[in-house]
Design a protein around this ligand. Sequence first.
Ligand SMILES: Nc1ncnc2c1ncn2[C@@H]1O[C@H](COP(=O)(O)OP(=O)(O)O)[C@@H](O)[C@H]1O
Ligand SMILES: [Mg+2]
Length: 305
Amino acid sequence: MEDQAEKLREIMKRKKDGAVKSAHTGKSPVKPSEKARIITVTSGKGGVGKTNLSVNMALAFARLGKKVVVMDADLGLANVNVMLNMIPKYNLYHVIKKQKTIREILVETEYGISIVAGASGFSQIANMGEEDRRDFISELDSLSNADIIIIDTSAGVSSNVLDFIAAADDAVIITTPEPTAITDAYGIIKIIATEYDSLNMGLKLVVNRAKGAAQAKSVADRMINIAGQFLNLKVDYLGFIYDDSTVQHAVLRQKPFMVVDPKCKASNCVQHIVERMDRNKPIESAGFGAMFKRLFKSNANENAV
Ligand SMILES: Nc1ncnc2c1ncn2[C@@H]1O[C@H](COP(=O)(O)OP(=O)(O)O)[C@@H](O)[C@H]1O
Ligand SMILES: [Mg+2]
């Protein structure tokens, strides 16, 4: 643990010197002084809309002129590339195996966003050692010439999901109005609250597949109140997405719904969510520095138990 903390301190020092290098390649990122906003999308339950939100949110940010990367970190059911009808030659499997760097496997899509493809059915990241996992996370810094990095994670709690949440400027938790999804979303919020110094963590809630604004708001209010009351944790309501059959049609056509119908109910909602996020930029202390602090704190916690 001492070593890990020392290593992170070293990364921070190099970052300050403006010369942070990829842990695996020693290559400097293109623009080391600039920092990407990292948005992690996660949920308690599977199938609630993480991948659809990640990809379509990326498109909405791209329309605001941002350079966006979507990283498919759902290593159980990787499907960002499926949703975009692409079969990239390399994926995160090659990064985890240290055969490629994240930058090397980055591919452009026809939609003005880039993706880092996941490795479906590959659970090795869950079995990676602590150090390898954090090396992998620190490689995200090599994508710092992007404005926004959206990380689509797997559902539920695993060490790698928690690391991606710790690395985020904004952790977006998505649920549907279904009781099981709400319970599981609350479960993940509770774990985040106990694992990390979450006061500075921008936890944000999206209610997907809602019948309307009122239903979504009541789901969000309930969760936000419980998190505040029992976990002393601030969760912001980011918005909702209508249950909209265009989403299913788009998934079948392997195109983002924002492309299939930019004016459909779901597209409008995502546009609103992204505009709200763009207005509320992360605080100065967030990003890589905050990530360091969180990882460091989590080490301290591990030492304490
Ligand atoms: N807003 C929505 N309206 C209608 N169907 C949706 C919506 N969001 C998701 N779905 C359905 O749920 C399925 C799973 O969504 P997906 O984004 O793959 O979830 P996850 O990544 O959380 O597993 C989609 O294929 C689609 O059929
Ligand atoms: Mg998914």
